[in-house]
Design a protein around this ligand. Sequence first.
Ligand SMILES: Cc1cc2nc3c(=O)[nH]c(=O)nc-3n(C[C@H](O)[C@H](O)[C@H](O)COP(=O)(O)O)c2cc1C
Length: 155
Amino acid sequence: MTQPESAFLSVTYVSTSAAPLTQTALEAILSQSRENNGRSGLTGMLAVRGDDFFQVIEGPSAVVRHVLQRLRDDTRHSELRVLVEEEIDYRRFPDWTMRCENLDDYPADSIPGYRASHENESDARRHRILDLLRWFQHRATRALAERGRSATSPS
Ligand SMILES: Cc1cc2nc3c(=O)[nH]c(=O)nc-3n(C[C@H](O)[C@H](O)[C@H](O)COP(=O)(O)O)c2cc1C
């Protein structure tokens, strides 16, 4: 799929589940997201590690901005912080209305730079966010290479 559309927006954010995240709660979020995204032309990935969410949403700018506002209002998670907002020429997840990655399945040492313990809370969260971002960039680059496509998207 090589659709050179230039009006795509990709937003990457992190947030933390308001309540300890259960499989049922995650499945509810995913089925709602996939249904909505399939209708509105959004694609992306939701990664979960413990109670932290890490999501990439991409699609037409206006649609992405609209869902971001709904996400900010969603009480199932809090501390939503946008890490990256960028225009992209190609979707990174063209085939996924919302791919899900459970980062708990990955041993800590398989995530570049991941450290298991931290001195204090806010530092801990900052590190978790940076680690997730590094992990994601690594995976996204690899996914693009596997698709045999030149890495035209900003990293
Ligand atoms: C972690 C998380 C990720 C979500 N991802 C999406 C998403 O990709 N697309 C979406 O439409 N809603 C997503 N939602 C749900 C929205 O916050 C919101 O509840 C929903 O879009 C409301 O629209 P609806 O009532 O028409 O389904 C997500 C919620 C959470 C907590």
